[in-house]
Ligand binder design. Structure first.
Ligand code: B16
Ligand code: MG
Length: 218
């Protein structure tokens, strides 16, 4: 059988940690008297921690010292870690295990491609670390999505050319990164938000084994 590299984003694709990032950022923004909408939150998805705080400060027209910036980043992460400490495999999004099992059964190389520095902690908590042939996360990159770096490193680690890689992404920045890397992008979420992806599905329950087979055989 043909081989393709399958690259999974983490937050919002494998687990619904996007809601925890939102809660933690919202709390932090409130403490600075900054309000941001769900729509603005879409722009934080897939975006690094540093860049996310920069964006929130810009929305609130605030300038702060480097010291306070570092302090706020640490606080946000502490809050977020508090949420994910409670996680287990029941928090995996619907049909993710089915798709991972299908890919493994067909000997397809699988990588993580996440902006999160907490990715390994989460994979351990939900017990799927061993499903991955490569793990590329926020600790391995110098440029955040929408830069394609994270996915290009993943392709390299899987020994696949970018054109033979397929990326599952829930964020605007991540789909742009996958497209820029010359990969097939599969948006997980709403067509209104992820219209620039090659394919968009609401979630993995809409992605059939036959569809995946057709991607492998392409
Ligand atoms: P951390 P992904 C991204 O993960 C999240 O979507 C984004 O909201 C978050 O700011 C970023 O990771 C950094 O996460 O603070 O845990 O390092 O979607 O690329 O898996
Ligand atoms: Mg994501």
């Amino acid at each position: 059988m043909n081989k393709k590299g399958f690259i999974f984003d983490l937050d919002g694709v494998i687990v619904d940690t996007a809601k925890y990032h939102f809660l933690a950022w919202q709390q932090l923004a409130k403490s600075l008297d900054i309000e941001f909408t769900e729509e603005e939150n879409e722009q934080l998805k897939g975006v690094s921690r540093v860049r996310s705080l920069e964006k929130i400060l810009a929305w609130g027209n605030k300038t702060i010292s480097q010291e306070l910036f570092d302090d706020l980043m640490a606080k946000k992460n502490e809050e977020y870690l508090g949420y994910i400490a409670e996680m287990d495999d029941r928090e995996m999004l619907p049909d993710v295990p089915r798709v991972l099992n299908f890919l493994k059964a067909h000997k397809q190389p699988i990588s993580l491609g996440s902006a999160s520095k907490n990715a390994r902690t989460i994979l351990e908590r939900i017990n799927i670390m061993s499903d991955f042939d490569a793990i590329v996360d926020g600790n391995d990159v110098t440029k955040a999505k929408p830069d394609p770096e994270v996915f290009l490193i993943a392709a390299k680690e899987l020994h696949m050319s970018p054109e033979d890689c397929i990326v599952f992404e829930d964020s605007v920045a991540g789909v742009t990164a996958a497209n820029t890397a010359n990969m097939i992008s599969i948006g997980i979420g709403s067509k209104d938000v992820l219209g620039h992806a090659h394919y968009v599905f609401n979630d993995f329950t809409e992605i059939s084994d036959d569809f995946i087979k057709s991607l492998i055989e392409k």
